[in-house]
Design a protein. Structure first.
Length: 291
């Protein structure tokens, strides 16, 4: 990863004090307390080598404030991990990362790891802030929140890559279609290592409040998650969707024919996986699990 330019200012400090419940990209401490798992691969490996616990976990749902998978897993044992559920789940800290590692090591053979990493500093709507592009996937490293988003994702990927040497599990990662997260070199390496395939779906099809084109990257047989949005299908589900103005603010740019689009405070609600989507993921995974 490119060297981070820190240089925090008063605005950065104010951001750090923000309560985790207010934001999907959050941490509990100052930046100088962040743990860099990518630079501690030996420490991660040593932890996994020494781990002597019981493998009891069927499913680990990371970045799951709404705990959707837990509600549809039946008798399966599921743990949801999200800083908004518990500050201990902060993946910028060594404590949080060791918790993640311990849960990954507790996965049963063929268990499911579901990830919906914070997307707010990767999506198109915030491109003027994160400034990510093909030659600069890490984005604007002068911005604290961009650095935080990078650290959360890269720490998570480092833990997964390490545990892959010790455990076999299924992996599913979800991101909005416009997210630049899958272009991070570390994420590209993980995708290649797990031989994951990309499927385009629409959360509105599964019962979400807006259409929300979404990429599903997985090593499951995930073809059933893919949706081809034809004009007929779009018309069929349009009446079930909520008014876009609840989630997007569209305004005209002065002296221009163009418009600017920004998200309202309700946009974060669309991160919740629809019930039908969760149920389908569980169905596909259980089929693979049995095979």
């Amino acid at each position: 990863m490119a060297k981070e330019k820190k240089g925090r200012n008063s605005k950065d400090k104010k951001t750090l004090k923000k309560k985790p419940l207010d934001d999907d990209t959050a941490c509990t401490g100052s930046e100088d307390q962040w743990y860099d798992a990518t630079s501690d691969s030996q420490g991660l490996n040593d932890y996994c080598e020494a781990w002597a616990g019981t493998r009891w976990l069927d499913m680990l749902d990371v970045f799951s404030f709404h705990e959707g998978m837990k509600q549809h897993a039946g008798s399966r044992t599921v743990v949801s991990l999200d800083i908004r559920l518990n500050p201990v789940h902060d993946l910028t800290t060594k404590r949080g990362m060791m918790l993640l590692l311990s849960l990954l090591m507790a996965l049963k053979h063929g268990a499911l790891l579901a990830l919906a990493p914070p997307c707010s500093l990767f999506i198109w709507l915030s491109c003027s802030i994160h400034l990510r592009h093909a030659l600069g996937p890490y984005g604007n490293l002068r911005n604290l929140k961009v650095r935080m988003a990078n650290r959360i994702v890269l720490n998570t990927v480092a833990a997964i890559q390490c545990v892959m040497e010790f455990r076999f599990f299924r992996l599913l990662v979800e991101q909005p279609k416009g997210s630049a997260m899958f272009s991070l070199p570390e994420m590209e390496k993980l995708i290649a290592s797990k031989q994951m395939k990309r499927h385009l779906t629409y959360m509105g099809y599964w019962g979400g409040p807006i259409m929300k084109p979404t990429w599903i990257m997985t090593d499951l047989n995930g073809g059933e998650l893919a949706v081809v949005m034809t004009k007929t299908l779009k018309k069929k589900i349009a009446h079930k969707l909520e008014d876009k103005s609840k989630y997007f603010r569209i305004s005209k740019i002065a002296n221009s024919q163009k418009v600017s689009v920004s998200g309202t405070k309700n946009l974060g609600l669309t991160a919740k996986w629809p019930e039908r989507f969760c149920a389908k993921v569980v169905e596909i995974w259980e089929r693979d699990f049995q095979e």
